[in-house]
Design a protein around this ligand. Structure first.
Ligand code: UDP
Ligand code: MG
Length: 345
């Protein structure tokens, strides 16, 4: 029964319910724990065991009840096998298996849909977000916050990633009006209400940290440690990273279209000015001058053609988003959800 579009739960003996195919799971089916941990995993075989060890040790220090949800985002290595092994020895661990690789944010979305906790905390599997920081996020929830962001201090990433992040944080804050100091940090906490808001709006190629701010009433950002990737390599190539930034900008603002209009108007004005200048020079200096200006004309032409392509690409990006939204394709396809029994405190 693998690869069927929709939601299907394959549960063990203690299973509670089986949802009909083709429905979207939007909320907790049974009374759940207080805290849910959601982690997307794509080819993380080098980290699964270490991650589970540190995560469950950290969760042992909080007084709230918890569940752990690991989402296998179509891994092609031993990630799923290792997760199944962990499930045998861990309590309250759910493994959500996606049919193929849908990307980090879609995987988080699938994890949120399977979560049942009042407070949901997401973090990466590569231990760049230390699980030991989780109790501090829980503390922020206890104080009444419904959205807890984190700011990575002492960031352990290549220099170009840090610069790209700084640039994106400033740009997105300016053009979308969403004020977050660190958009890229995936160690974050969401209250159940915020999670419901996110799940009710499964936008195409969304960026969950930015989307969640829309539903929050009382948010806070706390500084946390950042570590080097424990094992394996980053799953983001330069191209993937660039598309994510583009998603963030075009997914949350129409500002680029407006900027395009201004640039286009400026260019048109410039073009007319140049044409008049060339015409007057032609009249003044005669046809000999005009022939020598051929290359200048080419240069100007290339500028305009380049600008047009850029404009077309940007408009295409928005049209593409509309197209995806109209088709209403699900952001991910589930293969199965493996719960190791109903939640037990
Ligand atoms: N990830 C995922 N699907 C993807 C890419 C990444 O589930 O297509 C997961 C990955 O396993 C990790 C998290 O998202 O848990 C962050 O990925 P990564 O560490 O590669 O990103 P970086 O830290 O380099 O931004
Ligand atoms: Mg990482």
């Amino acid at each position: 029964m693998k690869g069927i579009i929709g939601i299907m739960e394959q549960q063990d003996a203690a299973a509670t319910s089986t949802r009909p195919l083709g429905t979207v799971e939007c909320g907790p089916p049974a009374p759940g724990p207080q805290v849910s941990i959601v982690t997307p995993m794509f080819n993380e075989e080098a980290n699964v065991v270490r991650f589970c060890e540190r995560l469950f040790a950290a969760l042992g220090t909080i007084s709230e009840s918890y569940e752990v949800i690991c989402v296998d985002d179509g891994s092609r290595d031993r990630t799923l096998e290792l997760l199944k092994r962990e499930q045998i020895v861990r309590k309250n661990m759910t493994v959500v298996v996606l049919a193929r690789n849908f990307g980090q944010h879609a995987a988080v979305m699938a994890g949120l849909a399977a979560s049942r906790g009042d407070w949901v905390i997401t973090l990466d599997a590569d231990l760049q977000n230390p699980p030991e920081e989780i109790p501090r996020i829980v503390e922020a929830f206890r104080q009444g916050h419904d959205l807890v962001g984190t700011i990575r201090t002492g960031r352990q990433d290549p220099l170009f990633r840090k610069w790209a992040s700084r640039f994106t944080n400033r740009l997105v804050t300016r053009i979308s009006g969403i004020s977050l100091q660190d958009f890229g940090s995936m160690l974050r906490g969401y209250s159940r209400e915020v999670v419901q808001g996110i799940l009710a709006n499964p936008e195409f190629r969304t960026f969950i940290p930015a989307l969640s701010t829309f539903f929050a009433r009382k948010s806070v950002e706390i500084p946390v440690r950042h570590e080097e990737r424990a094992g394996g390599t980053s799953k983001y190539s330069l191209l993937k990273l660039f598309s994510l930034q583009l998603d963030l900008v075009t997914g949350f603002s129409l500002w680029p279209l407006r900027a395009l209009f201004f640039v286009g108007t400026g260019m048109a004005g410039l073009g007319i000015g140049l044409a008049l200048l060339i015409l007057s020079f032609r009249l003044y200096y005669g046809s000999g001058w005009a022939a020598e200006g051929v290359f200048t004309l080419f240069a100007i032409l290339f500028c305009f053609v380049g600008a047009q392509f850029l404009a077309l690409g940007l408009v295409g990006e928005y049209v593409g988003r509309i197209f995806q939204a109209v088709r209403r394709r699900p952001p991910y396809i589930l293969s199965e959800i493996r719960r190791n029994g109903p939640f037990m405190p």
